[in-house]
Design a protein around this ligand. Structure first.
Ligand code: FAD
Length: 337
């Protein structure tokens, strides 16, 4: 394992924010993981695991070790009459994994096409899009406990998945390195195409994993900025979950407010709509701004610092709170050493 000092992370975060890590390494094997854990025990410095850096905002330099996970491998591990079980290593690119399943005739991941990042980070916030979440397809995952080096298998239920949340984010934050995930691909898939625009874009095509994946890729490309062209981390805010009474009261005042019933009688509403109503869509402050086509996406127009992006995020939180009495929650991890 090659450790570098004061390494730039600009290439390793999708906001393209210039920031440095005091120590930096890449993890490409189990031996590297063991070496990393040993280094951590000796140095007692904080450790930041990084996949594609597409769900993170660096406000300043990181004073510990940043370890970028690069382990590779996709393999079919089991099959029964209902499912095929496919295991992927943490460092695999998520979208390439999705396309591998689609191109090899396995269903289940097609709605999650073109989400940036890696396989290992996907369980952290239970990635989701177009009516499907990782929780719907994950069978189990393997993780290493950072303090002991012990390998543990977590069943789907043990991952405690919720909307953009999991055991690893909410209960055991920073305690595990996710090594691999195993998904179960149904042999008799039930396609999910009701979500906004998917059915329409499929038109007269035969419905299968490939056509759904292609439609979702096209839809995403039409709405979301490509981080290679303009720095961003996708949705910067979670869609708020409101009590029925709060939602009803707001709906009376704002008939356009959307509401999607959730568990525990909560209503999920659109953070993008709330932000748009406060006039933020397309606004710019210096090099940081809100994407012109999507109010949920904060962008780096050039050389914005993490602080500039964080400032605009907080201005948005305050204006939505002032107008609607809703405190938006941030989706990406914010590193503020
Ligand atoms: C244009 C764009 C569109 C997006 N669209 C969506 C979307 O539709 N749905 C969605 O859910 N998300 C979306 N995202 C957010 C992002 O793609 C996902 O959260 C993705 O899973 C992040 O993966 P990553 O490898 O880049 O994670 P990183 O940003 O590298 O890390 C995210 C978190 O996971 C931790 N982590 C990373 N790897 C590991 C590991 N192996 N073990 C333990 N912890 C780890 C990190 O420490 C950090 O806390 C989007 C982002 C962008 C830029």
């Amino acid at each position: 394992m090659n450790i570098q000092k004061n390494h730039s992370l600009k290439k390793y975060n999708s906001f393209s924010v210039e920031t440095k890590s005091r120590y930096f390494c890449q993890i490409a094997s189990n031996d590297h993981i063991d070496a990393l854990l040993e280094w951590r025990q000796q140095s007692r410095l904080p450790l930041l695991l990084l996949g594609g850096g597409s769900n993170i905002l660096f406000i300043n330099d990181y004073q510990g070790m940043t370890a970028v996970i690069k382990t590779k491998g996709i393999v079919i591990v089991n099959e029964d009459s209902n499912y095929t079980y496919i295991k992927a290593s943490a460092g695999e690119n998520w979208h390439q994994f999705v396309r591998w399943t689609v191109e090899n005739g396995y269903a289940g991941l097609e709605n999650l096409s073109l989400i940036p990042g890696t396989v290992g980070a996907a369980p952290m916030q239970n990635i989701g899009a177009y009516g499907v979440e990782l929780a719907d397809v994950l069978y189990e995952l393997e993780a290493v406990e950072l303090s002991t080096g012990k390998r543990k298998i977590f069943s789907q239920q043990e991952c405690l998945f919720h909307y953009r949340d999991s055991f690893f984010k909410a209960n055991a934050f920073g305690q595990y390195l996710i090594q691999s995930i195993t998904i179960k691909s149904p042999k008799k898939p039930q396609w999910k195409i009701e979500y906004s625009g998917v059915k329409e874009s499929l038109k007269a095509q035969i419905i299968n994993a490939e056509t759904i994946s292609n439609s979702i890729i096209a839809l995403r490309q039409s709405k979301l900025p490509d981080p290679v062209v303009i720095g961003n981390a996708g949705s910067f805010f979670k869609n708020p979950l409101l009590s029925q009474s709060k939602w009803q009261a707001l709906k009376e005042l704002h008939p356009d407010l959307s509401g999607y019933p959730q568990a525990d009688e909560l209503m999920k509403t659109s953070a993008a709509w709330l932000i748009d109503q406060c006039g933020w869509k397309g606004k710019r402050k210096g090099n940081a701004g809100v994407y012109k086509k999507h109010a949920l996406v904060l962008v780096n127009h050039g050389d914005a610092s993490g602080e500039e992006i964080w400032k605009i995020a907080n201005d948005i939180i305050n204006s939505v709170n002032d107008k609607f009495g809703i405190k938006l929650e941030v989706e990406p991890r914010v590193i503020n050493c």
